[in-house]
Design a binder for this molecule. Structure first.
Ligand SMILES: C[S@@+](CC[C@H](N)C(=O)[O-])C[C@H]1O[C@@H](n2cnc3c(N)ncnc32)[C@H](O)[C@@H]1O
Length: 231
């Protein structure tokens, strides 16, 4: 794989992060999960399945939930292989500590995808097909919205205007905090000027913005989340 391939995974990857990764990326504490939680986009993450198991009211949204469950199961398992190949191709860009080593990372994702596939088959009501920047939810329907590895990650193809519309939409459906991680693109590049301009526009529109450090870093330098709330 060339260095360009390590920079760009190709089609949107339907990845399957675990609850432990979400906890770390978003500095989640049990009280954060006391209200209604939205994961957008959730892909094949097992966050929802795990959160429901510990009593949280959690909903996932992603365009891939329009795919029939059996086909989706096969598809998301294949996606974890594609994701691992992409990560290994650029392995010096990552900090492996959270996973122990590369095998720890490679094994976590398929396990998470299987948990997701079992959960969507058993509890389809938790999984809603939908896309940013227009979500099929009411205003203020959720107390916490989590958004991992879509916004900023795909800044190569989603422009600043899309990001603004998407963030405003996440704020619309949320009466608490919107948390976004990471603030790097998929090649691990910082997006300082784009993010500063975007945050300036959001603040101008009445949103409180904060860039908060988190105790998780996989992409080198990717240890910050964006926290937004309506003023
Ligand atoms: C890298 S995955 C992230 C999944 C999950 N949050 C995680 O961290 O494992 C990116 C997801 O974005 C979804 N996606 C693509 N276009 C989208 C859109 N317009 N709105 C919302 N999600 C989209 C893809 O289907 C894919 O599941």
């Amino acid at each position: 794989m060339s260095s360009t391939d390590a920079d760009n995974v190709g089609e949107y990857l339907v990845s399957a992060r675990s609850f432990a990764e979400y906890e770390a990326m978003f500095s989640l504490r049990p009280t954060d999960l006391a209200g209604r939680v939205l994961d957008c986009p959730a892909g094949a993450s097992s966050f929802i399945a795990h959160a429901a198991r510990i009593g949280a009211l959690a909903t996932a949204v992603d365009p891939v939930y329009a795919i029939a469950p059996l086909e989706l199961r096969q598809f998301v398992l294949g996606e974890q292989d594609r994701g691992s190949a992409h990560t290994i191709a650029g392995s010096d860009r990552y900090v492996w500590d959270f996973y122990g080593d590369r095998d720890g990372h490679r094994e976590m994702r398929p396990a998470s995808a299987v948990m997701f596939a079992d959960d969507i088959a058993a509890h389809p009501e938790r999984y809603v097909a939908g896309s940013l920047p227009a979500l099929p939810f009411d205003d203020g329907q959720f107390d916490l919205v989590l958004s991992s590895h879509f916004l900023f990650t795909y800044a190569d193809r989603l422009d600043s205007e899309f990001h603004q519309r998407a963030l405003v939409e996440l704020l619309r459906v949320c009466r608490g905090e919107v948390r976004v991680f990471p603030l790097l693109d998929q090649g691990g590049h910082a997006l300082g000027p784009m993010i500063e301009e975007l945050l300036g526009r959001l603040r101008h529109g009445g949103t409180t913005t904060e860039v908060r450090p988190v105790a998780y870093e996989f992409q080198r330098g990717g240890n910050q989340m964006l926290v937004l709330s309506a003023r």
